[in-house]
Design a protein around this ligand. Structure first.
Ligand code: CP
Length: 303
């Protein structure tokens, strides 16, 4: 594997290898050894055409902990604003002897397109409503850490499935590992093809929560929505928001996940986000080890 463009292009063994490599890096970090010399001869460009907090910072930290040289590019402060194309932009960056590009882009398939036109390893850090592979890897890794295994677990993904790259990558990753997956949300936010991916559909949130071991609560993406999808945010929250009383009414203690950023009080209340059932900050912590693993494994193909 030369690139990481989506979970769709991985198999179960690839995921196991990434997890075992992440286990190693997590153990190293937990021993307070925050930097290893593995990638001293590798240069990585993080190019972000969309806003990010978690993904951008954890990629940068992962790269620095591997001792790679790192440059950061934000489209908003670049010559993209003067009309430079994506391929020209990246080829100019690569001419500075960069080996790997981590890219977030609003257009689905942008990473795939780039991988066909430039000579560098490409890591997709989120491409529009398509895939967010490292998010799905860190999500499954966090389920494995909390519940011991992903296989056989019941996972419900709640919210705006239609616009969510997190949902699609999670579905691919969870299915590869043998989890049972359902999606739950308003019909207008569930893609028509969803059942062809081998996932169940549940439009009643209480039934979904009673069924699952893990609920992955997606953010309502106001930047990709218009009013036609759901009448009001308050009505969305009444039907698809999770609060503490709902969790306390379940027969078992389920695990709560969220990729961030959270709209507190919309998809989950603060007492759910900050509860001991929530592994939201564990997900963020694991993102660094997972991204170290991905970069380390890809760099081994170019060294
Ligand atoms: N989960 C995630 O992709 O968050 P950011 O948009 O902050 O990177």
């Amino acid at each position: 594997v030369k690139h990481l463009l989506g979970i769709k292009y991985l198999n179960k063994k690839d995921i196991q290898l990434i997890f075992e490599t992440a286990d190693h890096f997590k153990e190293v970090i937990n021993r307070s050894i925050k930097k290893v010399p593995s990638l001293r001869d590798i240069t990585i460009a993080n190019i972000f055409f969309e806003n990010s907090t978690r993904t951008k910072l954890s990629f940068e930290l992962a790269e620095k902990r591997l001792s790679a040289d790192v440059i950061n590019f934000s489209a908003g402060q670049s010559s993209v604003k003067k009309g430079e194309t994506l391929i020209d932009t990246v080829n100019n960056i690569l001419s500075m002897k960069v080996d790997m590009v981590v890219m977030r882009h609003p257009n689905p398939g942008a990473g795939i397109f780039l991988s066909k036109h430039v000579k560098a390893a490409i890591v997709n850090a989120g491409d529009g409503a398509h895939e967010h592979p490292t998010q799905a890897l860190l999500d499954s890794y966090s389920i494995r850490e909390r519940l011991g295994d992903v296989g056989g677990k019941n996972v419900v993904i709640v919210g705006d499935i239609l616009h969510s790259r997190v949902a699609l990558s999670n579905i691919f990753a969870l299915k590869l590992q043998g989890a049972n997956v359902k999606v739950c949300g308003p019909k207008t936010l569930l893609p028509k093809y969803i059942e062809s991916l081998g996932v169940g559909v549940e439009t009643d949130l209480r039934k979904a929560l009673n069924w699952c071991d893990v609920a992955n609560m997606l953010r309502i993406q106001n930047e990709r929505l218009d009013i036609s999808y759901f009448p009001t945010t308050r009505e969305y929250t009444q039907q698809f928001g999770v609060n503490k009383a709902m969790l306390d009414g379940l027969d078992k203690e389920i695990v709560i996940m969220h990729p961030g950023p959270i709209n507190r009080g919309v998809e989950i209340t603060s007492d759910v986000a900050d509860s001991k059932q929530s592994i939201i900050l564990n997900q963020v912590e694991n993102g660094v080890a997972i991204r170290m693993a991905v970069i380390y494994l890809l760099a081994s193909k170019i060294k």
